[in-house]
Write a protein that binds this ligand. Structure first.
Ligand code: CAA
Length: 458
C-alpha cells in the first residue's frame, strides 16, 4: 500500500459573526466568569439563517480545492462526517457533488457518517482505510466534517458554535496517521442525542455527558497504550507509554475547560499505572490518590484540583495552543478535533512541530470514541509539505478577528429565526449576503418539495 498516508492539506471555515461570552454571561444573568473561566470560552460563532450544513460543507470544500489548485478529477473519495441532519436520506455528500459537475468526475466513493461528534473521525479512518486497500485507485480522498452546534435557552447554550473542516488525504503526508494505533471505546448511553427530528436542538444530560467523555478517554487511552507498547515490545523496547511520548495532545473540545481536565486525566492515568517508587516529580502531590480506581474519580473535586495543578505545565506545552479556535468559536462537533489540529498548526512553527507525535482523542456522544496519533514529518524546510501546511493556516487569528461581534439580543433573535425556519418550505432565507465572508456558499431557496438551492457570495 502507499506510504505515509495522512493529512496533506487542511481548510477551516467558521461563520462571520460571533457573540462574546462575557456579554452572554450578563445577558443570561449568571455570575461573571461562569462561561469565560468555568467553561474556558471567549467567543461563540453562530450561523445566520442563510447557512445550513450543506452550505458550510460546500464552502470549506471549495476553499480547499481552490487553495490547493487540485483538479477536481484528482479526488476519488469524499467522506462527510456530520450530526447536523436536515434530511434523513439525502447525504450532504450528494450536495457536494455539485462542485464536481463541470469536471465530469462522478467516480467518487464515500457518503455521510453520523454519530454525534465522532463522524469526522470515522470519515478520516474510512478514507485512510480505502487508501491502504486494494480498492484504492491512486487518487486523493477528501474528508469533510462540519456542524452547527446549537442548544435551546439554558445552561448548554454557551457551549454552542459552528464550523467545518476539510482535509485532503493522501500518501507522503506531512501529518501521517500512525498505523495500527487506534484505541477505541464504544457503548450504549443516552448522554447527548437528537431524537427530535423537527428541531436542530439535541437532548443533553450535561453531567452524564462529561462522565461518559472521561470514561471513554480512560478506556481509549488504555487501549492505545496497549497497542503501542505491543509494537514497541516487538522492537525490543519494554518501556511503558506515557504522555512524555506525545509532544502535542489534541481533544474533541465541547468547551476548553473540559480539555484541560482531560489532559490532566491522561497524566492521572499515567500516575496510576506507574509504580509507587516513581521518581517523577509531577506525581508528588498525587500519592494520596494512588489506591483509587479511575471510575471512582469522575466527580472527585480533590482529585480534579490536584491533577489540574500537577499537569498545568504539560497542558501549556502540549495542548493549550490547540484550543485557540475552540475558545474563540466554540464547539464545532465533528470538526472540533480537526479545528484543534488547525489551531495547533497555526500557533507553532513547522520547525517546532517537525518530527513530533500528536495524540488525538475523538469523542461522539451515544457513544463512540477513539484515541489515535499523527507522526509529523521531519522536513520543515521552506516549501516542504509540512511548511506549506503550517503556513496555510497561519491566517486563522486574522480571520477570526475579522468577524462581526453581535449582541446577545441579535444572537437570540437569529436563534429564534432558525427555529422558525427549520424545515420551512417555499421560502428564501432573509438576510444580507454581504455579511457572509467573501466566497461563502449560502442557502438561496427551499422550494415546496424541500429542494434546496445554493448560491455563492462573490
Ligand atoms: N467563575 C468561575 N467558574 C465558575 C463560575 C464563576 N463565576 N461559575 C461557575 N463556574 C464553574 C463551575 O464551578 C464549573 O466548573 P467545574 O466543573 O470545574 O466545577 C463550570 O463553571 C461550569 O459550571 P456548572 O457545572 O454549574 O455548569 P452548568 O451545569 O450550568 O453547565 C454543562 C455546564 C453541563 C457543560 C452544560 O453547558 C452542558 O450541558 N453543555 C453541553 C454538553 C457538553 O458539552 N458536554 C461535554 C461532554 S459531551 C461531548 O463532548 C459531546 C459534545 O460535543 C456535546
Amino acid at each position: 500500500w502507499p506510504k505515509d498516508v495522512g493529512i496533506l492539506a487542511l481548510e477551516v471555515y467558521f461563520p462571520a459573526q460571533y457573540v462574546d461570552q462575557t456579554d452572554l454571561e450578563k445577558f443570561n444573568n449568571v455570575e461573571a466568569g461562569k462561561y469565560t473561566v468555568g467553561l474556558g470560552q471567549t467567543r461563540m460563532g453562530f450561523c445566520s439563517v442563510q447557512e445550513d450544513i450543506n452550505s458550510l460543507c460546500l464552502t470549506v470544500v471549495q476553499r480547499l480545492m481552490e487553495r490547493t489548485k487540485l483538479p477536481w478529477d484528482a479526488v476519488g473519495r469524499l467522506e462527510v462526517g456530520t450530526e447536523t441532519i436536515i434530511d434523513k436520506s439525502k447525504a450532504v455528500k450528494t450536495v457536494l457533488m455539485e462542485l464536481f459537475q463541470d469536471s465530469g468526475n462522478t467516480d467518487i466513493e464515500g457518503i455521510d457518517t453520523t454519530n454525534a461528534c465522532y463522524g469526522g473521525t470515522a470519515s478520516l479512518f474510512n478514507a485512510a482505510n480505502w487508501m491502504e486497500s486494494s480498492y484504492w485507485d491512486g487518487r486523493y480522498a477528501l474528508v469533510v466534517c462540519g456542524d452547527i452546534a446549537v442548544y435551546p435557552n439554558g445552561n448548554a447554550r454557551p457551549t454552542g458554535g459552528a464550523g467545518a473542516v476539510a482535509m485532503l488525504i493522501g500518501p507522503k503526508a506531512p501529518l501521517v496517521l500512525e498505523q495500527g494505533l487506534r484505541g477505541t471505546h464504544m457503548e450504549n448511553v443516552y448522554d447527548f442525542y437528537k431524537p427530535n427530528l423537527a428541531s436542530e436542538y439535541p437532548l443533553v444530560d450535561g453531567k452524564l455527558s462529561i462522565q461518559c467523555y472521561m470514561r471513554a478517554l480512560d478506556r481509549c487511552y488504555a487501549a492505545y497504550r496497549k497497542k503501542i507498547q505491543n509494537q514497541w515490545k516487538k522492537a525490543g523496547n519494554n518501556q511503558p507509554f506515557t504522555l512524555d511520548d506525545v509532544q502535542y495532545m489534541i481533544f474533541h473540545t465541547p468547551f476548553c475547560k473540559m480539555v484541560q481536565k482531560s489532559l490532566a486525566r491522561l497524566m492521572f492515568n499515567d500516575f496510576l499505572s506507574s509504580s509507587g517508587n516513581t521518581q517523577n516529580n509531577l506525581y508528588k502531590g498525587l500519592e494520596a490518590f494512588r489506591g483509587l480506581k479511575l471510575e471512582e474519580t469522575y466527580t472527585n473535586k480533590e482529585v480534579d484540583k490536584a491533577i489540574l495543578k500537577a499537569s498545568l505545565d504539560i497542558f501549556n506545552k502540549k495542548t493549550k495552543a490547540s484550543l485557540y479556535l475552540s475558545t474563540n468559536n466554540g464547539n464545532m462537533y465533528t470538526s472540533s478535533l480537526y479545528g484543534c489540529l488547525a489551531s495547533l498548526l497555526s500557533q507553532h512553527s513547522a520547525q517546532e512541530l517537525a518530527g513530533s507525535r500528536i495524540g488525538a482523542f475523538s469523542y461522539g456522544s451515544g457513544l463512540a470514541a477513539s484515541f489515535f496519533s499523527f507522526r509529523v514529518a521531519k522536513d520543515a524546510s521552506p516549501g516542504s509539505p509540512l511548511e506549506q501546511l503550517v503556513s496555510s493556516v497561519s491566517d486563522l487569528p486574522k480571520r477570526l478577528d475579522s468577524r462581526r461581534r453581535m449582541s446577545p439580543e441579535e444572537f437570540t433573535d437569529i436563534m429564534n429565526q432558525r427555529e422558525q425556519f427549520f424545515h420551512k418550505v417555499n421560502f428564501s432565507p432573509p438576510g444580507d449576503t454581504n455579511n457572509l465572508f467573501p466566497g461563502t456558499w449560502y442557502l438561496e431557496r427551499v422550494d415546496e418539495m424541500h429542494r434546496r438551492k445554493y448560491a455563492r457570495r462573490p
